[in-house]
Design a protein around this ligand. Structure first.
Ligand SMILES: Cc1cc2nc3c(=O)[nH]c(=O)nc-3n(C[C@H](O)[C@H](O)[C@H](O)COP(=O)(O)OP(=O)(O)OC[C@H]3O[C@@H](n4cnc5c(N)ncnc54)[C@H](O)[C@@H]3O)c2cc1C
Length: 310
């Protein structure tokens, strides 16, 4: 059992960032801004860094019981987080700044596979403004706007907090005066899980080339059916709202969040044969229509880009 003095020492030694803003759209969702003690390194919209807290920190009530081994208590838990972005401040697209980073995080109370208790989010959800945490010094990732031309159609398809990197890329496109159509669609359980909804609605009214669609899987829809991102594409609704056919030559698709929505294929290196996972994900549907996903191992950039959260 650690003493308050030990904990104070671990925090002073290991933490290098301060929570300067925290908003909870609902008790299990947070948008937080963190100011690192070091200058924010140059990076691109869409990339990620890590956040961390010590196992010694308190945990949010009602989460899966944790079984710590001897010595764990002094260790740090680090996880990857995409960098989000406030798309509007006082009704305007905010100018670039390099003092803080915004994150959009959901509380994971239980491991979905019945495995080890979630380590970090039950602790992150105890944080208050002014408190300290660990911020990774490195910002990295290939989920970026590289290759997107000013007149291209851009689709941002996500589940839950998978919207985070899309928010940053959307801000960047709007700031650059992107001329092509931009459509964002996010699938969540309940409407209350859409932490940036009001901002997206405001942006739609400011930018005629931007459309934001929401899908809720646990709330009654008009026909009582669950609609996922995959259904949005196969039903033709996405193209209808876009007002354009999905043309692989002029469209970039960004997918982020739940790996089932994304559906990354495995590729046989010798034969090139692609095997898609079940249930059918967005990549399989779009590759059937002439798109091709990035292949980081072969260093090939396609027109479907993805970031899996687990
Ligand atoms: C590149 C990258 C960027 C990421 N960016 C974000 C982000 O911006 N916002 C965010 O909320 N998460 C993000 N994640 C997920 C994040 O790293 C953690 O896995 C997550 O916050 C859970 O951490 P944990 O320690 O509480 O639980 P862990 O011990 O890490 O995970 C326990 C289990 O929780 C499940 N899980 C993980 N993430 C989620 C989720 N979002 N929703 C439902 N179940 C989940 C998985 O089944 C996982 O095996 C990102 C992951 C990666 C790889």
């Amino acid at each position: 059992m650690s003493t308050p003095e030990q904990i104070a020492e671990w925090r002073a030694k290991r933490y290098n960032g301060t929570v300067i803003h925290l908003r909870r759209p609902n008790p299990e969702l947070m948008i937080l801004r963190v100011r690192p003690d070091f200058p924010v390194p140059p990076h691109q919209p869409g990339q990620y860094c890590s956040l961390g807290l010590g196992y010694w920190e308190p945990r949010y009530p009602g989460c899966q019981e944790e079984d710590l081994a001897e010595g764990d208590e002094s260790r740090l838990i680090l996880r990857a987080y995409s960098i989000s972005h406030p798309m509007l401040i006082d009704g305007q697209l905010p100018p670039p700044q390099n003092e803080w980073l915004e994150f959009y995080i959901v509380l994971v109370k239980f491991a979905s596979d019945g495995g080890k208790a979630p380590g970090l989010t039950p602790r992150l959800f105890m944080l208050k403004e002014g408190e300290r945490l660990k911020v990774g010094e490195k910002i990295t990732g290939s989920f970026t706007l590289e290759g997107v031309q000013p007149t291209d159609t851009v689709l941002f398809l996500s589940t839950g907090t998978g919207e985070a990197p899309h928010n940053y890329m959307l801000w960047e496109l709007l700031r650059r005066g992107h001329q092509g159509r931009i459509l964002g669609a996010c699938c969540v359980r309940y409407q209350r899980d859409l932490g940036y909804l009001a901002t997206h609605r405001h942006l739609e009214s400011m930018f005629p080339n931007y459309t934001y669609l929401t899908l809720t899987t646990r709330e009654a829809t008009s026909d009582g059916r669950k609609v996922y991102i995959q259904d949005l594409i196969t039903s033709g609704q996405l193209e209808e709202r876009l007002g354009l056919p999905l043309d692989p030559k002029t469209t970039h698709v960004f997918l982020c969040g739940n790996p089932k929505m994304i559906g990354v294929p495995t590729v046989d290196r010798e034969t090139g044969e692609r095997t898609y996972p079940q249930p059918t994900g967005v990549i399989e549907i779009l590759e059937g229509r002439g798109f091709r996903c990035d292949d980081p191992r072969a260093k090939v950039r396609g027109n479907i880009h993805y970031e899996k959260y687990w």
